[in-house]
Design a protein around this ligand. Structure first.
Ligand SMILES: C[S@@+](CC[C@H](N)C(=O)[O-])C[C@H]1O[C@@H](n2cnc3c(N)ncnc32)[C@H](O)[C@@H]1O
Length: 379
């Protein structure tokens, strides 16, 4: 497990994004990528894991697989966990938490598995004076992942810490913000060429615009983040990490003339989007205005991309109020946007039908627990 040796990693992502994530990983020249369920494996050095954390836009976490063993019963689980030299990763002053997933395994009680794992870790680390690392569910120093599948256990350490959708620029959420990871996926699936104008008439807190600006500039999503868990793991080399970050910074090249424009009917949403855009250092790149999407009338002949995420109307009564908004927005698209491309993330097929736009393609996606469809159309 040295910095230069070959290790095994698993990069997690939301369900359905595995092909996009794998494509990103190959572009990053990560070796032996292997698509799994809600993630993609690769092999490489610890530095490769740092690069994955820094550069991957559709990743949620980068897990470092540190052990694999048969765990058909609680004793085997305990023995397998206790066999690892935990002093390399944790000291009595530090905190940890155990995250468990179990599928097709006898040990299917995840709380019990977490408890047994915790006991095994703590028992191997208890100092002579009785001190031991403690559990912190909110903000632990180390997250240990236990993955059980058909009675085999894979133990991994989370090299990311907080989920990678936390790029570090978000100041305000708005009522229904898109995750940065999903926004990156929507942009990739939209086929946006990173040069054409990009418009989001339901921009909310500005997630799609911030992600688009970062994508166009080749800005690594993790460059604005304060901390990754790997900084406290063995093999971490601050000088090499600083060099990787510097390399990523130097590779940024914001396009000079790119138009990124967002509108939202809510002045509060636009205020929030402004704060986010400013924190992301993108004030001069993203134009924002309070505007009603029913009056959407961008310049003709622009060949722009409209990439957007209108409200879904989950709350009772909201759907009825939104139907006319969708109808008017659909009419505006037909009237003003010939030659444009549309990528619209819809969480409500009944509402989307009001657009009267027939998509060339639809891609199923999940927005948290909500089943969504990304409608892709040439207008
Ligand atoms: C699902 S949210 C968009 C979230 C956004 N993608 C983000 O990441 O924050 C939908 C947004 O549409 C806005 N909205 C609702 N009706 C509108 C209308 N008629 N015109 C423009 N925006 C509208 C809401 O204020 C809300 O911010």
């Amino acid at each position: 497990m040295s910095g230069g040796g070959r290790e095994s990693f698993f990069v997690t992502c939301p369900a359905g994004l595995e092909p996009l994530l794998e494509a990103e990983m190959r572009e990053l020249r990560l070796a032996r990528t292997a698509r799994g369920v809600r993630g993609v494996g690769f092999e490489g050095s610890l530095q490769d894991a740092w690069r994955a954390n820094l550069h991957l836009r559709t990743a949620v976490r980068v897990l470092w697989r540190v052990a694999r063993f048969a765990a058909p019963d609680p004793d085997a689980l305990y023995a397998g966990v206790a066999a690892l030299d935990w002093s390399r990763f944790l000291s009595p002053e530090r905190t940890f938490r155990v995250v468990v997933r179990s599928r097709d395994s006898a040990l299917d009680h995840t709380l019990f598995v977490a408890q047994r794992t915790k006991d095994a870790v703590v028992d191997t680390l208890r100092s002579p004076d009785g001190r031991r690392p403690s559990v912190d569910l909110e903000d632990p120093d180390l997250r240990i992942h236990v993955h059980l599948f058909r009675d085999r256990c894979t133990l991994s350490l989370d090299t990311s810490g907080a989920s990678l959708h936390r790029r570090g620029w978000r100041r305000t959420q708005g009522p229904a913000p898109l995750s940065e990871v999903l926004a990156a996926a929507v942009l990739a699936l939209s086929g946006w060429n990173r040069r054409a104008p990009l418009l989001d008439p339901f921009c909310g807190s500005g997630t799609l615009l911030c992600e688009a600006a970062a994508l166009a500039a080749g800005r690594a999503p993790g460059i604005t983040r304060e901390r990754f868990a790997f900084e406290a793991l063995p093999g971490f080399d601050p000088t090499a990490w600083a060099a990787l970050r510097e390399e990523a910074r130097a590779a940024q090249a914001p396009p000079r003339k790119l138009v990124l424009r967002g509108g939202d009917a809510s002045p509060r949403a636009i205020e929030g989007a402004r704060e986010n855009v400013e924190a992301a250092g993108l004030t001069d790149r993203v134009q924002l205005e309070v505007a009603d999407a029913r009056d959407f009338a961008p310049r003709g002949g622009w060949n722009a991309w409209i990439v957007t995420n209108p409200p879904y109307g989950e709350r009772l009564g909201a759907e009825r109020a939104l139907a006319p908004v969708y109808r008017a927005f659909g009419a505006a698209l037909r009237e003003h946007c010939a030659g444009y491309r549309l990528a619209l993330l819809s969480g409500n097929p009944r509402l989307a039908a009001n657009l009267e736009v027939s998509p060339d393609r639809t891609v199923p996606l999940k927005n948290g627990a909500i089943d969504c469809e990304l409608l892709l159309a040439a207008l």
